[in-house]
Design a protein around this ligand. Structure first.
Ligand SMILES: [Fe+2]
Length: 562
C-alpha cells in the first residue's frame, strides 16, 4: 500500500509510505531552494507538485499507484483539492483517490511514536500552533480522547498536546491552546500560552527578527542565569493551564536592540537569552512531571518545533521523570508529512508499523548522475574506491581543509547528519572564524557541532546514551576540541553508529587515526540563508561560490579550482 503524506505548512514536505514505512521524503525548500517553503493543498502549488514528483520518481511509481493521500496543516483547512495543487501531475481518473486530513498535533504525534520501539509511551507535542479548534469537526481523521485535561476554547489553536499510547490506542490526554480571532491573529498577549512565542519575543528584541530562536539559544551560553533567576515567564498551574507572563517579559525588555549591536558583547541581551533558555528548561520538566503523574509510563516521545531545543531536551532527559526520551530528527512541521501518512495507514489497516530512528529519507543520486553533473560544471574530478575516498577526506580534514561531504540520500530534517555536510578539524582554534566568514556567514557566538563515533562519545563528552539526530547536547570534557565546544562547554553532539552509517563512521574513524580524536566539526552543507543542498547541482554551485577547499561527492574528489 502506497500512501502520500503532505505537510501543508512552513517546512512543507511530502513523504511516501510503503506498507506503513517511509520510502522517501523531502522538504519543499530543498527543491525550490527557498527556505521554509510553504506547500498548499487547496490551490496551485508548484513546490508541492515538485515534491510529489520527486517522491514518485524515487519510488519508481506513478500517481496511479497511490492508494491514499493524507495532509496535515497548522493553517485553516480549505478545500483539499489535489487536482488544483498538483497541476500537471494530476491524472484524470484519480477522482476516487482516498484523501484524509489529519489534526496537526496528531500528525506530529504519529511521527514521534513511529520511532518509539515500545508498546507504551506518552507522546508530547509542543510547537507554535496547530489545528484550529473550530475546524476539527471537518477533519477526516478524528482523535481519540481519554478523559483529557483540556484548556482550549472553540476559537483557539492547539499549542501543547499530549497523547497516551497503550500498545493499541493513541488517545489525547492533555491539550492547551490559545484563542485567536477570525483572522487567526492573537486575541491578547496574556491569552497566548505558547512557549514558542516567548522565543519569538526574545528573538525580535535581540535580533529585530522573530525567527532567530537558534541565535537566541547560542547567545544564552554567554548569559548569566543568576541575573534573572527569580523571574518566571511561564507557569504551569495546578489544573494544567499554562500562564505565559508576557507582562513580566515586557517589563524586562526595556532596551530593544534597534541599533543592531553585537548581542554577545552586551550582557543584557545575553542574560535575556539565558533567562528564556532557563525558563524553557524548567517549564518542560514541570510539564513532563505533571503528565507523568497522570500517565506513569517509562517512555516519552517528543516532537514539535520546540523539541529542537537541545539544551532543554538534555535537561528533560537528566531531570525529567521519564526513563527514556525518544526523538527523531524531523520534529518540525516537515515530520507531519510522515505523521499524516502514518495516521492514514492506521485508519486503513488498523496497524502502526515501527522503524528505527532514521532521518535519511532523500533519494540516492547515481554515480552517472553525479559524473554528468561534474562534467556539466566543467570541474576536474578524480574517482576513488570507497576506502581510498575515506582516506583522502580524512587527510584533507586532518590537515586543516574545509571539506564538502555529499553521500547517499539527504537528511529530511534540519540537521545534516553525515550525508550533506561541511566538515573540518574539530581540534582547530582557527577553523571556526574561517567557516563563519567564508562559508556560513555566521555570528561568532553560534557554535558548530561535533560528529563523533558512537563508541567513543563518552571519551570526549559527558552524555549518557546516544544522540543520532543531534537534538541533544553533551558537555565537552576534552580540551582538544575548541572548534566544537561552546563558551559554556556544551556541544550539540551527533553520535554516529557503524551499522547505521558505515561510510561516515569510517571517515570519523580515519580522522581519529590521524588526530587522536574520531571527531569532526560537522555543519550543514549550505551557505548562509540557503536550505541544505539536495542535488549534485546544488552541491557544486554551493561549493564553487563558498570557501570550501575540497568536495567529496559520491566516489569523486573535487578540489577548489585555482
Ligand atoms: Fe507543528
Amino acid at each position: 500500500m502506497w500512501i502520500l503524506g503532505i505537510s501543508a505548512s512552513h517546512n512543507g514536505a511530502v513523504a511516501l509510505l510503503r506498507d506503513g514505512k517511509v520510502e522517501v521524503a523531502i522538504q519543499g525548500e530543498r527543491l525550490s531552494r527557498s527556505k521554509r517553503q510553504d506547500l498548499y493543498i487547496h490551490q496551485p502549488s508548484p513546490a508541492l507538485r515538485d515534491c510529489v514528483d520527486y517522491c514518485l520518481k524515487a519510488a519508481g511509481i506513478t500517481l496511479a499507484e497511490i492508494d491514499a493521500v493524507a495532509a496535515s496543516t497548522p493553517w485553516q483547512h480549505n478545500e483539499f483539492d489535489l487536482r488544483r495543487s498538483l497541476g500537471d501531475l494530476w491524472q484524470p481518473g484519480k477522482e476516487a483517490l482516498k484523501t484524509f486530513t489529519v489534526p496537526h498535533h496528531l500528525a506530529h504525534a504519529e511521527y514521534a511514536l513511529h520511532y518509539a520501539g515500545t508498546d507504551s509511551a506518552l507522546i508530547l507535542v509542543i510547537d507554535g500552533s496547530g489545528t484550529f479548534e473550530q475546524e476539527r469537526r471537518n477533519i477526516t481523521i478524528q482523535e481519540r480522547e481519554a478523559d483529557p485535561i483540556k484548556h482550549i476554547q472553540e476559537r483557539a489553536k492547539e499549542s501543547i498536546s499530549a497523547y497516551h499510547y497503550d500498545g493499541d490506542t493513541l488517545s489525547l490526554v492533555y491539550r492547551i491552546g490559545y484563542p485567536v480571532n477570525q483572522e487567526l491573529r492573537w486575541a491578547s498577549e496574556r491569552d497566548h500560552p505558547s512557549l514558542g512565542h516567548i522565543w519569538e519575543w526574545a528573538s525580535r528584541y535581540i535580533f529585530q527578527d522573530d525567527s532567530e530562536a537558534g541565535k537566541v539559544m547560542g547567545l544564552a551560553g554567554f548569559g548569566n542565569p543568576e541575573t534573572f533567576k527569580d523571574v518566571r515567564l511561564i507557569e504551569l498551574l495546578e489544573d494544567g493551564r499554562v500562564d505565559v507572563r508576557f507582562d513580566v517579559l515586557k517589563t524586562m525588555l526595556t532596551r530593544p536592540n534597534k541599533a543592531g549591536v553585537e548581542a554577545e558583547s552586551d550582557a543584557h541581551y545575553c542574560d535575556i537569552a539565558a533567562l528564556v533558555q532557563e525558563e524553557t528548561n524548567r517549564f518542560l520538566v514541570e510539564l513532563a512531571r505533571f503528565l507523568h503523574a497522570r500517565a506513569p509510563v517509562a517512555n516519552l516521545c517528543y516532537a514539535g518545533g520546540v523539541a529542537l531545543n537541545g539544551i532543554a531536551n538534555e535537561n528533560l532527559i537528566l531531570n525529567g521523570p521519564f526513563e527514556n526520551v525518544i526523538q527523531n530528527g524531523s520534529c518540525e512541521d516537515n515530520g507531519t508529512a510522515v505523521g499524516a501518512a502514518l495516521a492514514a495507514h492506521h485508519q486503513l489497516t488498523g496497524t502502526r508499523p515501527r522503524e528505527p530512528v532514521n532521518d535519511f529519507y532523500g533519494r540516492d543520486y547515481t554515480e552517472v548522475e553525479i559524473a554528468d553533473c561534474l562534467t556539466r560544471f566543467g570541474v576536474t574530478h578524480t574517482k576513488f574506491e570507497r576506502d581510498a575516498l575515506v582516506e583522502q577526506a580524512a587527510d584533507a580534514i586532518a590537515s586543516g581543509s574545509v571539506v564538502g561531504w555529499f553521500q547517499g540520500g539527504s537528511e529530511f530534517g534540519p540537521r545534516a547528519l553525515g550525508h550533506r555536510n561541511i566538515l573540518a578539524d574539530a581540534r582547530s582554534e582557527a577553523i571556526k572564524p574561517v567557516l563563519d566568514r567564508k562559508i556560513k556567514r555566521r555570528e561568532p557566538y553560534r557554535p558548530y557541532a561535533p560528529a563523533v563515533i558512537e563508541e567513543a562519545v563518552q571519551d570526549f563528552f559527558e552524555i549518557e546514551g546516544v544522540s543520532p539526530v543531534m537534538i541533544r547536547i553533551g558537555w565537552s570534557k576534552d580540551d582538544r576540541l575548541p572548534a566544537v565546544t561552546h563558551v559554556d562547554r556544551t556541544a550539540r553532539v551527533q553520535t554516529v553508529n557503524r551499522d547505521h552509517d558505515p561510510l561516515f563512521h569510517a571517515l570519523l574513524s580515519a580522522i581519529g587515526e590521524r588526530t587522536g580524536v574520531p571527531v569532526a566539526l560537522s555543519t550543514s552543507y549550505n551557505m548562509a540563508g540557503e536550505p541544505i543542498v539536495e542535488s549534485p547541482e546544488d552541491a557544486l554551485r554551493t561549493f564553487l561560490c563558498s570557501g570550501m577547499d575540497a568536495l567529496f561527492i559520491g566516489p569523486f574528489r573535487v578540489d577548489r579550482p585555482d
